[in-house]
Each structure stands twice: as structure tokens, then as C-alpha cells.
Design a protein around this ligand. Structure first.
Ligand code: ZN
Length: 696
């Protein structure tokens, strides 16, 4: 496996902006398939232990595998699958590959995937064009999300055009082939996450949007959240994707085995065309290409900007990503602001009472539809209850002293819901969602003074190792615990050893073995991937390689100047700013904006709408020209040289500020002693990293 290519492709998947100017070689599929699924892909890899297999056996016995309703629903309305299994990206790499997951069909025989996760991943092998009801069709299995086509008066109304233009285009071609060629006349972005809008350029021409031929509809505050949610902590989020999404792991019974929401995310061109109509009110009703639709804004649920849609003519309820075939994330392992489980439950309850009582079909941006009013109501109720239960039950315990460091060992979902399949934990996990609820209300501190200002792991670990009697004793005990199947216990002590002795490969390998068994045991793919990715990096190290380059032009263009300046403040190395102070006026005449940017106290701040009379430097440049610098296409000094930017005052400041900027690299160490060879990036001083991730 070519790790560098794989890493590059992984960046391409998750960091918006890697398109034509990627630095990785084309052809590296995201975490390639394992050539022989009967063998472990890693030379140090281990097979599932008897303890791990016992957990699988218990799950097979206790879960209702005879209930096949999900399989009936996922198969219903099937029209056709394409002849191909791979969709190529314009850049030459594989954008989408269903072939690499074919091992899932008979993965039971490897006995290395939790049976509940395996069932979900087998359901997610749905691939092709499906009829939902007359006039409504979905292409599934072309990307992380579904793309939905609804027949309007004059053409297609599309809900959620996938992550990449290549996969969206392929979906439209499949629709054309089987349902006749019709234009897309409207697009509805259900929410601000990239897997629901990034492929829009594959199905509509921006000129048609500008001329009014194509309408694009989005929920309140869509643009702000589509761009901002992942910028400030973007590089860290991208790195953590390696864990949650296991992007370096080969598809294998011992590696990546699906992502719960779908098998994976497409690695192609991500673009964004701004909406032409925003649904501002809580509830708004209007016609879209002749079809009456009632939109329900649901801010602060699965995404900060999201909406459901009720379509009376088909008695159809589109639940966006608020109700899918899984419990969703209250806390997203890749990192995102914690969500409000109670408010999520309340919006589902509103949808149930407003629309669910009369709906005959419910469909969503992931998984398969639910037909019949009884089924729709059941799923809505179950999902309403699980989000409320997580909130209420966790706080019930917290109010009796259970802390964020214990709740995941205590929280149990309702037994009645565990007996069915409508609320499986295939995206959010019980463990991390319960911790998230405490975090949402009480924050990270468990109120134990010992954890108030703890030593950093690298500083505390040597003390533990010394007091435990050194590495030999720890490894001996670690081996004994491993043999007994006490993997979490082994992790407790081996983690200390690895942090104290990052070069101790025997310690790292033993820790990896324990992570691996814990990974196999998980029903939740995020947890499985995180453990298996940790094992992978401990055994092989993380590859050195490319850093994300800015330049997804649509996304950079959509960044506000304020967001760009905020991000400069984050990139600035404050140690290099010691003793320096200046004020810069930034004026962008074409959009009528002005900013005062000020360096003081080793901190860069900005304020919109103000300038200073005593500024050290005043820059006047059109925002459209500034974007060239933000995208890295043109250096700021060149903008000044050719007169595109007019400057008054001390231009040396720009050089000083540029020299304070740090280019974040994606391959920072998560686990000690795993770092590969660093490579210098070629980011320009003021280039923005459009690190908007496909957030879930
Ligand atoms: Zn999604």
C-alpha cells in the first residue's frame, strides 16, 4: 500500500479545497481494499481473540436478527444498479469504490466485525437507483449521503447533491438513463454539512442559477455554518478524521468495515454554489417548481443549520439528517461543537405531531425510506425518545454525582429500544454521546481537584512508569491482562509506558494489540476505526507527506473576510509577535467592507466596520482580488507590485506579519513516537486553509 498516496487521498476527502493543486500523486484510493480478506493486511495484525468472539456470540444471541424490516425497506423500489463499481474523479483518482466493500457480503466467516455493525454495513451496500414513491427517486451508495430526485412541474428538484461533483454527476446520469433526461430546476440543501452540497456543480451549471433557471434553497444561516463550522479548528479536525473515519485503514474484515451512515465519503471535487432562497422563518410554506413544500427549520440539531421538509402532495416527510437509520452524534469524534440532544428530540417531536401523524412515507439523506404511517410514527417516536433519553438519563445521573469520566460506563439506552433496530448506535455511540451531554451542560471538568490542572500525559507518564517498576514489569502485566481479555486494563498501563517511552516499540506493539481487540469489539464504526487507527499508527507510524493546501475556490470565496482574518490570528505564532504592535486598515471597496486589524499583546484581532486614523498601514483592495491571495494564487506582495492593492504607510508590516504565520501540518503526532518524516509545505503567507471537513 502506498501510504503517501493514501494519505493524500484522505486529505482530499476531508479537507475542502484539495482539487487541482493537490500535491499527492493521483491513483491513491482512500485506504485501498485488502487484497485477500481472509488475511490481516498488517504484518503485526492479530486475529480476534476468544474474548472478542464471545462478545460477537452474545450479540448474535441477544439482538433481533430475525427482524428483516430494514432489509425489506432498503430493497424496496429498486430500479437499477450501474454496471460499474468505481467512480473516477476528474483528477484521476478513484472518487468512489463499492467493490472494496464486497467482502462484507460474507464477512460473517471472518468473525472480526461486531454482528450489529456488520448488519448495518450490509444494509449500506445498497447501490443504485430506487423509487421512493411515484415521482420521487433516490440514488444510494454513490457517496456518504443519498441524492434524492423529485419530479417537479418542469424538471427535477434535487435534495442534497452529495459530496463530490463526480458522484453527483454519475447519479444524474443513472437517473437520465432509466427515467429519461430532464433538467434539474431546483436544489434543496438540507443542511450545512459538506456531504449534502459539495457535489452541486455535478448537476447544475452556475450560470443557470444566476439567470434564475435553477433555484437553490437552504435553511437559515446556511452559508455561515457551511463555511465556518470547520475553519478555526480545521487542521485538528482533519487529523482526527483518521481516527473517526479510519481513512488510512484498508477495507478489510480487520480494517475499515463501513462507516455506519454509509460505507465512506467520496474523494472528488467539492464545490459550493450559494443558495438563491433562504428559509428564514421557523416554518415556511412555498412552491418549488409547482410542488408545495413546508419547511421546518431545526437549528442546533444534527447541524447548526438544518431543515426538514413536508410535501403534502405525496404525504412525504423529508427528515434531512435529523432522523436516519442510526443514532447520530451528540459528540463527533473528529471534533465539532457538542450538540443539544434535548432540542434535537423536541424538533423530532414537532415533526411527528405536525407531519408524522399524516405521513405515508419518510425519507432522509442517509439510509433507506420508511413506508406506511405506522412505521413512520414508530421510527419518529423511537428517535425522539432516544435523543431525549440520552439527555435526561445522563443528567439524572450527573445530578447524583456521576461525572464525565464515568457516565460512559453507566449509561444504558432503553431496553425496549435495544430490542429493535430503529435506534442503533452506528454513528454516535452511547459512550461518547453520554459524555457529550455532560460536557454540554457541565463542561470537561469532573469536579475532582486531581483533574483540575493535571500534568500533561508526557510529563505524568514517566512518574507512573517509575512507580510501577519500569517497562519490563508493565509489559509483563500488559501481556497477562491481554491474555485474560482485559484490554481496557492493559490500555491504562501501556498508555503510560508509551507516553513515557515513545521509542519502546515492544510497548507500542502490545498497546496496539489491545487497541485492535477493542476495535473489533465495537458496534460503533467510529470507535472501531479510532482503536484500529491507533493500532495502525503505533505499529507503522504515521506517514510523512502532504499538508492540506488551500484553494477550494468556491469555499474560499464564501469565507467572509472576518473569518479569514480570524484564522490569520489562529495561524499566528504569538512568540514571534513579542514586543510588536501595529494597526492595519483593510478596505475592500467592491463589497463596501472595512476592517481594522490590530496586533497588540502578541494577539491579532480584527473588527468589522471600523478603521483607525492612526493606522500604520492602510490597504485598499477589492475583495475579489483579495480572494486570489486567500486562495494562494497570488502573493500579497505581487498584488501591491502591480497596483491591484493600494497601500499607504509602512508596508514592511506585511512582511513582519507574514513571517509570524505558521502553516499547520496534517501529520502531527497523536500517539507518541509515531511521526514520519515532515515535509515542508508551500503555502503562501496569507493563504487560507479551507479546512472545512465533511462534518457529521
Ligand atoms: Zn450527512
Amino acid at each position: 500500500m502506498n501510504f503517501k498516496n493514501t494519505l493524500g487521498a484522505a486529505i482530499a476527502i476531508f479537507a475542502i479545497g484539495i482539487t487541482s493543486n493537490t500535491t499527492f500523486a493521483a491513483g491513491g484510493a482512500p485506504g485501498a481494499a485488502n487484497a485477500d480478506p481472509s488475511k490481516h493486511f498488517h504484518p503485526k495484525g492479530k486475529m480476534p481473540s476468544k474474548y472478542t468472539k464471545q462478545i460477537f456470540a452474545d450479540a448474535r444471541k441477544n439482538l433481533p436478527f430475525s427482524d428483516k424490516q430494514d432489509f425489506e425497506e432498503k430493497n424496496k423500489g429498486f430500479i437499477a444498479a450501474p454496471k460499474y463499481k468505481k467512480i473516477m474523479a476528474d483528477a484521476g483518482n478513484v472518487a468512489w469504490d463499492m467493490e472494496r466493500y464486497e467482502f462484507l457480503a460474507d464477512a460473517d466467516k471472518y468473525n472480526s466485525i461486531h454482528p450489529s455493525l456488520l448488519r448495518q454495513s450490509q444494509l449500506n451496500m445498497n447501490y443504485g437507483l430506487y423509487k421512493v414513491v411515484d415521482g420521487v427517486y433516490q440514488v444510494r451508495g454513490f457517496d456518504l449521503a443519498n441524492i434524492t430526485f423529485m419530479q417537479g412541474k418542469t424538471g427535477w428538484i434535487v435534495f442534497d447533491p452529495l459530496t463530490a461533483s463526480e458522484t453527483a454527476r454519475a447519479a444524474k446520469e443513472l437517473v437520465d438513463e432509466h427515467l429519461g433526461k430532464k433538467p434539474v430546476v431546483a436544489v434543496i440543501y438540507s443542511h450545512s454539512h459538506g456531504d449534502h452540497w459539495g457535489g452541486v456543480r455535478g448537476i447544475v451549471d452556475e450560470a443557470d442559477v444566476r439567470s434564475g433557471k435553477v433555484e437553490i434553497i437552504a435553511p437559515r444561516d446556511f452559508m455561515q455554518h457551511a463555511i465556518s463550522e470547520n475553519v478555526y479548528a480545521g487542521n485538528a479536525m482533519s487529523r482526527r478524521m483518521f481516527y473517526q473515519y479510519g481513512v488510512l485503514l484498508p477495507a478489510s474484515p480487520y480494517g475499515h468495515a463501513g462507516q455506519g451512515l454509509a460505507q465512506n465519503v467520496a474523494a472528488g471535487n467539492l464545490g459550493l454554489i450559494q443558495p438563491t432562497r433562504i428559509v428564514e422563518k421557523d416554518i415556511e410554506t412555498f412552491k418549488v417548481d409547482g410542488i408545495t413544500m413546508e419547511f421546518q427549520n431545526t437549528p442546533g440539531t444534527e447541524a447548526p443549520s438544518e431543515m426538514n421538509t413536508w410535501i403534502p402532495s405525496i404525504k412525504g416527510l423529508w427528515m434531512a439528517e435529523n432522523v436516519v437509520g442510526s443514532v447520530h452524534n451528540i459528540y463527533t469524534l473528529r471534533g465539532a461543537q457538542v450538540r443539544d440532544s434535548l432540542s434535537w428530540s423536541k424538533y423530532i417531536n414537532e415533526a411527528l405531531h405536525k407531519y408524522g401523524t399524516k405521513a405515508e412515507v419518510m425519507f432522509a439523506s442517509h439510509h433507506w425510506p420508511r413506508w406506511g404511517n405506522d412505521r413512520v410514527q414508530q421510527v419518529l417516536k423511537d428517535q425522539r425518545d432516544i435523543y431525549a433519553h440520552m439527555n435526561n438519563e445522563v443528567l439524572h445521573h450527573a445530578n447524583q454525582g456521576v461525572t464525565i469520566n464515568e457516565i460512559h460506563n453507566i449509561y444504558k439506552s432503553p431496553s425496549s429500544l435495544d430490542k429493535g433496530w430503529t435506534t442503533g448506535f452506528y454513528h454516535g455511540s452511547r459512550e461518547n454521546n453520554s459524555r457529550a451531554v455532560i460536557n454540554y451542560y457541565l463542561g470537561h471538568w469532573d469536579a475532582n481537584p486531581a483533574t483540575l490542572i493535571p500534568l500533561s500525559p508526557r510529563d505524568s507518564a514517566p512518574l507512573y512508569v517509575e512507580m510501577m517498576g519500569g517497562s519490563k514489569k508493565i509489559i509483563a502485566k500488559g501481556k497477562a491482562l491481554f491474555k485474560q481479555g482485559k484490554y481496557r486494563g492493559a490500555v491504562e498501563i501501556l498508555d503510560k509506558l508509551v507516553f513515557a517511552e515513545p521509542k519502546n516499540q515492544a510497548g507500542k506493539d502490545l498497546l496496539a494489540d489491545n487497541y485492535e481487540q477493542l476495535g473489533y469489539q465495537q458496534e460503533n464504526p467510529g470507535l472501531r476505526n479510532a482503536f484500529l487507527a491507533g493500532a495502525f499508527e503505533l505499529r507503522s507510524g504515521i506517514p510523512g507527506g502532504t499538508s492540506p493546501k488551500g484553494g477550494g475556490p468556491d469555499v474560499i470565496r464564501a469565507m467572509t473576510t472576518g473569518l479569514f482574518l480570524d484564522y490569520l490570528g489562529i495561524r499566528m505564532d504569538s512568540k514571534k509577535a513579542v514586543g510588536k504592535a501595529f494597526k492595519i486598515n483593510l478596505i475592500t471597496p467592491d463589497n463596501g467592507e472595512k476592517y481594522l486589524v490590530e496586533l497588540s499583546n502578541e494577539t491579532l484581532t480584527n473588527i468589522e466596520g471600523y478603521t483607525a486614523n492612526d493606522a500604520d498601514l492602510t490597504i485598499t483592495i477589492n475583495r475579489t482580488d483579495l480572494e486570489q491571495t486567500m486562495m494562494g494564487a497570488k502573493k500579497f506582495t505581487d498584488q501591491i507590485k502591480d497596483g491591484t492593492a493600494k497601500v499607504k504607510g509602512d508596508t514592511k508590516i506585511l512582511g513582519q506579519l507574514g513571517a509570524m504565520m505558521v502553516d499547520f501540518e496534517l501529520d502531527f503526532e497523536v500517539l507518541p513516537g509515531t511521526k514520519g518524516k515532515p515535509e515542508k509545505t508551500d503555502q503562501n503567507d496569507f493563504e487560507a486553509s479551507a479546512a472545512a471537513n465533511v462534518a457529521e
